[in-house]
Design a protein around this ligand. Structure first.
Ligand code: NAD
Length: 452
């Protein structure tokens, strides 16, 4: 296995060196074919996602296939502009001169996808890697086996195998892949494996992008638009049964407003998924038994104010609200990554900022309020990968915004041009004119030259 992966890597490197992937026409062609892969196979993809995560077709379209088609179109639309030299000014001491930044592909890169949006989180980084002119290996997550197998089957049918390879497998395969001297490693997943990836990459000084997770807080002020707020929280928390890296992990709310908010969340939940979410075709399941039992464990001894039903056979966990869990319980110290939403009551909104700042920097931070002064305070006093005010994960729909974590929630960013730049080296170039030269910088130095 070791030598097979090493051989694959060497071949891709040779193809990169042969300039196969550099021409804009090749990149465009590959992106077009990737789009065809998705549009022609969207039914098979939706089926695989249903089998892996119980995703309904609409959700699969919104967050996986439709999202990726938009992403490819965005790349195709802007590719020419992104690849052009970016002119910058040249200081007086370097005149006559001309300076620019020339994006160039990095080489052969590794993309390690995650299981919760197994298509999107594999293909979105791959789109950027191809657009930037690289050769790539994609390792989809083995925890979403149906999607992984489908990707391994379809990609060779559509993309040039000299440029893109899919390698399936688990920990052993990941370990072997990480032994290669990649020009970039792009990993999406949890913090623990993120550290393993970074350690392995450090051996070759391979740069990394780590798209990790963490506990994303959601502050709700009593002046929020209650029904819209509840609908948007429920949408962003219980989509994909809470298995979303940017889902609100817990709510911070002023004590006097907690009951009102809990009531509104309960109403939204019932409107979205009915009285029994198990019967809803729009509500997903937990990815595997390990994660199911991990989540069941989190609920033990908690003050459940809504939901709490579980079913091991269908890996079903009811949308669940927990009021005021112990801050030192696992529910509040580890990322939940499931359909359980703790509601923490605070004496004041200011206290919520202290609460957030005492914890690792989150991937996303949400605030529901009409109070612009508090919004400014939050932006100035806290740190997070992204902030969204008065909505959930909608910020991800804007390709002009970089997506990535800060501190424990990740390193680097992508989406749109940010992804293109992540998979490019931004090479500095200066071209000097030779028709004019001042000798002040050349030895031998004398007192006149030093004065300059
Ligand atoms: P994980 O981090 O355990 O990743 C599993 C992957 O890592 C598997 O493909 C496995 O083969 C590989 N792996 C596991 N052990 C390894 C080892 N010792 N050596 C090499 N590779 C190894 O997945 P998880 O923790 O279940 O994923 C959930 C996390 O991912 C959450 O924290 C979530 O927030 C995060 N996430 C982040 C984003 C994002 O875009 N920022 C998106 C999705 C998920």
């Amino acid at each position: 296995m070791d030598s097979e992966i090493a051989r694959q890597f060497d071949k891709l490197q040779d193809h990169f060196q042969s300039d196969l992937t550099r021409p804009l026409a090749f990149r465009r062609e590959q992106l077009g074919k990737l789009k065809k892969l998705i549009t022609r196979n969207h039914k098979a993809i939706a089926e695989a996602l249903k089998q892996d995560l119980g995703k309904c077709n609409q959700e699969s379209w919104m967050t996986e296939t439709g999202y990726l088609i938009g992403d490819i179109e965005h790349h195709l639309k802007h590719l020419k502009k992104w690849t052009k030299p970016r002119r910058v000014s040249t200081p007086v001491i370097a005149q006559p001169g001309h300076s620019f930044i020339q994006p160039e592909p990095l080489g052969t890169v590794l993309v390690m996808g995650a299981w919760n949006y197994p298509l999107q989180l594999s293909l979105a980084p791959l789109i950027s890697a191809i657009a930037a002119g690289n050769c790539a290996v994609l390792k989809p997550s083995e925890l979403a086996p149906n999607t992984s197998t489908l990707l391994a089957e379809l990609i060779p049918q559509y993309l040039d195998e000299r440029a893109v390879q899919v390698v399936e497998g688990g920990v052993e395969v990941s370990t072997e892949l990480l032994k290669q001297p990649w020009d970039h490693v792009f990993y999406t997943g949890g913090e623990r494996v993120g550290k393993i990836v970074m350690t392995a990459a450090a051996k070759h000084l391979s740069p990394v992008t780590l798209e990790l997770g963490g506990k994303s807080p959601c502050i709700v002020a009593d002046d929020c638009e209650l029904k819209v707020t509840a609908d948007r929280i429920v949408w962003s928390k219980w989509m994909n049964a809470g298995q979303t890296c940017v889902a609100p992990d817990y709510i911070l709310v002023e004590r006097r407003f907690a009951e009102t908010l809990t009531g509104a969340l309960t109403k939204s939940l019932q409107r979205f998924y009915g009285k029994d979410a198990r019967q809803s075709a729009d509500y997903g399941c937990i990815i595997n038994d390990n994660h199911f039992y991990r989540l069941v464990e989190l609920l033990k001894g908690q003050n459940i104010v809504h939901g709490g039903q579980t079913d091991a056979d269908s890996r079903y966990i009811e949308p669940t609200l927990v009021l005021d869990p112990d801050p030192s319980s696992t529910l509040m110290t580890e990322e939940i990554f499931g359909p359980i939403l703790p509601i923490i009551t605070m004496d004041s909104l200011d206290d919520s900022l202290t609460f957030i700042n005492r914890r690792p920097k989150p991937l996303a931070l949400y605030l529901y309020t009409k109070n612009r002064a508090f919004e400014q305070q939050l932006l100035n006093k806290t740190s997070a990968g992204s902030v969204c005010i008065n909505d959930g994960m909608m910020f991800m729909a804007n390709m002009k915004l970089p997506f990535g974590g800060v501190g424990n929630s990740g390193i680097g960013r992508y989406h749109g041009q940010w992804g293109f730049d992540t998979f490019s080296h931004l090479k500095s170039v200066m071209r000097r004119g030779t028709w004019f030269d001042i000798n002040w910088r050349y030895p031998p130095f004398n007192k006149f030259k030093l004065l300059m």
